[in-house]
Design a protein around this ligand. Sequence first.
Ligand code: UDP
Length: 239
Amino acid sequence: MKTDVLGVLYDNVTMEEALEKGREILTGHKTCYCVTPNAEMAYEALHDESFRDLLNGADLVLPDGAGVVLGAKLLKTPLKQKVAGIEFAQNLLPIMAELGTRLYLLGSKPGVAELAAEKMLQQNPDLIICGMSDGYFTDEKEVVVKINEAQADALFVCLGAPKQEHFMQKHQKALGVKLMCGLGGTLDGIAGTVKRAPQWMIRLQLEWLYRLIKEPRRFKRMLRLPKFIFAALKKRMKG
Ligand code: UDP
């Protein structure tokens, strides 16, 4: 079931349900794409109709972040839980290993995908990683050819928003994969080149604060989070 949070139609699912949907797509025959909009992206979508359409055109829209969950609660349409993109991706790996899915990693700086692949294979020795490319390419078509030549079934697209969403939608027909997921900084997180917040901060819903302290240059971008909460409050007050 979809839940409308300021125009973005989220799938109201638990992590388990999201993974079940992922499995369904991986065993199906269609090329589907999954997006993981956080509050920053949802705020962007509020003012950018084409980006909103890109998000709502996805087969799976997962609420990445405590901000989205809080926004939904304020709007009195609560979501079951936060389903962070990085956790969804990591939980999907054993399923892919079981299904024999061929995974391609796209995005991040040169060398990061290789490091992330190493970590993924340590945890999931049966996983098939059929190829990888960094995210600083000039010819998109060449990348599409490489992914198809690798006979990938699944694609992690880690180019940052909105580049990754544009890439997935634009090449949906040309790509032979079944599932592609837009996952932002996930490869950095798995590789360990960008540290994730400690568990206690994640538990207290303070992951955003950790990121802000570690990467103060994100400050301007992160102002969208309080703006998103404010927009939800405003809508609630208007009834
Ligand atoms: N990136 C990329 N190509 C680009 C721009 C960005 O591969 O042209 C990568 C960047 O190296 C980083 C990711 O996209 O790994 C974006 O991470 P960020 O933390 O900004 O994304 P978020 O998770 O906040 O959406």
